[in-house]
Ligand binder design. Structure first.
Ligand code: ADP
Ligand code: MG
Length: 246
């Protein structure tokens, strides 16, 4: 499979010129091949969100290089980057980021509208059916439960046909049953639509749906695990072991 994200020594320092510069990412290299499902784990404050934001181009590096689909992200103008994100990248967040003043349907098609794209009705119907939100379309997002809201947020991402989905603690506000459903769905779109998934989580059970796991500590990669031919349970147990040892 093609390498779609190439990195060289990703380094992020927050407030570099202040009295308290914070080294949040320390020369991380993490290449991503098309179709992979990557979990990024680590304790709170270890740099997971920083890494995800940099890989997804919504935050800037202090040092290092980032190439996505062979393009050096830092040689693009902000307009080019915005266009690039729109064409390639989808996001799922812990707090869903839905707009309360819009209905579920309006929320889902908002990014399409903003991008000036026409809604593909067949595709839309399939997505809302798969996510079991077809009977929620006319509700306002504040009327939805946490699980429903996250499925709406996933639909909003999928209608844009992203090549890569970035998710930051997507199950952070979901209970166990809803978390499992969401992970199974992400695993399914990863497999069936060949969408690359890069997900931050601190839950080994979520991470066990990935094809590989990076464990970061103090802004550095401390461990890396490939699922390969492991069963779900074997892979899960290995992830638990790493999370506990560190
Ligand atoms: P995680 O997602 O693993 O909890 P983060 O990537 O959010 O960790 O943060 C990594 C470190 O960088 C933490 O020590 C955090 O306090 C710090 N940090 C994150 N964002 C900022 C910021 N905007 N300014 C200063 N420090 C930050
Ligand atoms: Mg975080």
């Amino acid at each position: 499979m093609e390498t779609i994200i190439k990195t060289e020594s990703l380094t992020k320092i927050y407030n570099p010129l202040s009295l308290n510069p914070k080294l949040a990412l320390d020369q991380v290299s993490l290449d991503v091949k098309e179709g992979e499902f990557i979990a990024i784990m680590g304790k709170s404050g270890s740099g997971k969100t920083t890494l995800l934001n940099i890989l997804s181009t919504i935050d800037d590096l202090t040092k290092g290089k980032l190439f996505i689909y062979g393009k050096n992200i830092y040689e693009m103008s902000e307009t080019e980057r915005a266009h690039f994100r729109k064409e390639n990248i989808g996001f799922i967040f812990q707090n869903f980021n839905l707009l309360d003043t819009l209905t579920v349907k309006e929320n889902i098609i908002l990014p399409l509208k903003l991008a000036g794209k026409i809604i593909d009705e067949e595709d839309f119907k399939q997505i809302i059916k798969d996510l079991e939100i077809d009977d929620l379309l006319d509700k306002y997002s504040f009327e939805c439960s946490g699980g429903q809201s996250q499925r709406v947020a996933v639909a909003r991402t999928l209608v844009m046909h992203p090549k890569i989905i970035f998710a930051d603690e997507p199950t952070g506000n979901l209970d166990g049953v809803r978390s499992k459903q969401l992970m199974q769905y992400l695993e399914k779109v990863n497999r069936e639509k060949n969408i690359t998934v890069i997900m931050v989580t601190h839950d080994p059970l979520d991470a066990a749906y990935s094809s590989q796991m990076y464990y970061i500590e103090d802004g550095k990669i401390k461990d890396h695990l490939l699922k390969k031919d492991d069963s779900f349970d074997t892979y899960f147990n290995k992830i638990v072991k790493i999370s506990m040892e560190l």
